[in-house]
Design a protein around this ligand. Structure first.
Ligand SMILES: NC(=O)C1=CN([C@@H]2O[C@H](COP(=O)(O)OP(=O)(O)OC[C@H]3O[C@@H](n4cnc5c(N)ncnc54)[C@H](O)[C@@H]3O)[C@@H](O)[C@H]2O)C=CC1
Ligand SMILES: O=C(CO)COP(=O)(O)O
Length: 336
């Protein structure tokens, strides 16, 4: 078994800090890396990360650093920065040479410039690394507070996923092992896009029935794309697929959902993106997900509509017209 006593967490935002806390609760020696010296100083001096986890003070002991070589010395590395930064961070890690260490990807997105899943990016830049993915219904704030959470950890081999699950399991944090690396990532990436659509429906006050319909038809979309990319059906109905979709499509605690709410209230995506603010990964993955669908001859009407709301400022009224005016069809494809 690979040694997994020390865990290096790369990314000191909401999710990275929450994962550092839960890994410390699991009895591991944790080092959290962040690029922002003020955040790292605050974590060290006051046991708080007020920018990303407001109102939470930690009791857990872990080291915090701005030195990439220091964090890269850990047995296992968790990469917890936005999906679009994966390649640059892996390139920086390649200079330090993490060798065959497990790298656990915790972001939820698709690389916009290539259409690659983050695991594919890591395999390309760090070919020796043992790649795994951690995903599932888990708000950083809930995990940081120690509320019960279950996630999936996937890698190409069940043995590695199982070892990682054991290393990270804590009383309130229950990882399940899987070897469906693709399925786990597709669920996480697409649910963010679909949560924007559900948020828009909530923001425009179109009713709970519309939100439920969108979640269910969104799940059909996630299933079509996932299956075409080689995901296992059980993964798509599991924690990282349906589980995370339901969580994110129903709660303003989700940043993707609340980004969508603002679109539904009439704000333009271009203005929201220009203003910065909190991360909504779905806004970065929507268009490339649609392009992947086109390549695989998979129809993704909801994701397509979200992509148009984001990069063409399509209004919520026109978005609704687009979706409701589509030709009627059977609910289940190829039903005999
Ligand atoms: N917040 C949550 O509840 C959860 C988030 N995730 C995923 O985790 C990923 C990270 O999300 P959060 O931590 O919530 O985001 P966040 O916005 O709270 O933090 C992002 C962190 O990444 C850092 N960062 C950004 N660009 C960087 C770069 N180029 N180089 C180095 N560091 C950089 C920021 O300084 C910040 O510390 C996303 O893909 C998200 O979908 C997954 C599960 C739960
Ligand atoms: O992925 C998440 C929960 O599982 C967090 O969702 P948001 O990024 O939309 O806040």
């Amino acid at each position: 078994m690979i040694r997994m006593q020390s865990i290096g967490v790369i990314g000191a935002g909401a999710w990275g800090t929450a994962l550092a806390l839960t890994a410390a609760r699991a009895g591991r020696n944790v080092t959290l890396w962040g690029r922002d010296a003020n955040t790292i100083s605050e974590i060290r001096a006051r046991n708080q990360n007020s920018r990303y986890l407001r109102g939470i003070t930690f009791d857990e002991e872990f080291a915090a650093t701005t030195s990439l070589p220091a964090v890269a010395a850990s047995d296992v590395l968790l990469l917890v920065t936005p999906a679009q930064t994966t390649r640059a961070l892996c390139e920086a890690l390649a200079e330090i040479d993490p060798g065959e260490k497990p790298i656990v990807l915790c972001s939820k997105g698709i690389e916009r410039s290539t259409g690659q899943l983050v695991s594919q990016v890591v395999k390309e830049v760090l070919p020796q690394a043992k790649v795994a993915v951690l995903s599932g219904p888990s708000f950083a704030e809930d995990v940081a507070k120690g509320l019960p959470t279950a996630v999936t950890i996937a890698s190409d081999t069940l043995a590695l996923a199982d070892d990682l699950a054991r290393a990270l399991a804590a009383p309130a944090f229950r990882p399940y092992a899987s070897k469906d690396l693709i399925g786990v990532q597709i669920g996480g990436a697409l649910k963010n896009v679909l949560a924007i659509a559900c948020g828009a429906v909530a923001g425009r006050k179109l009713g709970a029935s519309a939100q439920a319909a969108l979640t269910a038809r969104g799940f059909a979309e996630l299933t079509r794309l996932g299956t075409a990319m080689g995901a296992q059906a059980e993964t798509l109905t599991g924690l990282s697929g349906l589980g995370d979709l339901v969580l994110t499509c129903s709660s303003p605690q989700s940043r993707n959902f609340s980004f969508g709410m603002k679109l539904g209230e009439g704000l333009a995506a271009s203005d929201l993106i220009h203003a910065g603010g909190t991360l909504a990964e779905g806004a970065h993955s929507a268009r490339i997900a649609v392009e992947l669908g086109t390549k695989l001859c998979v129809e993704l009407p909801i994701s397509q509509t979200v992509a148009a709301m984001i990069d063409q400022d399509l209004s919520i009224e026109d978005a609704l017209l687009n979706l409701m005016a589509r030709p009627l069809k059977a609910e289940i494809e190829n039903q005999q």
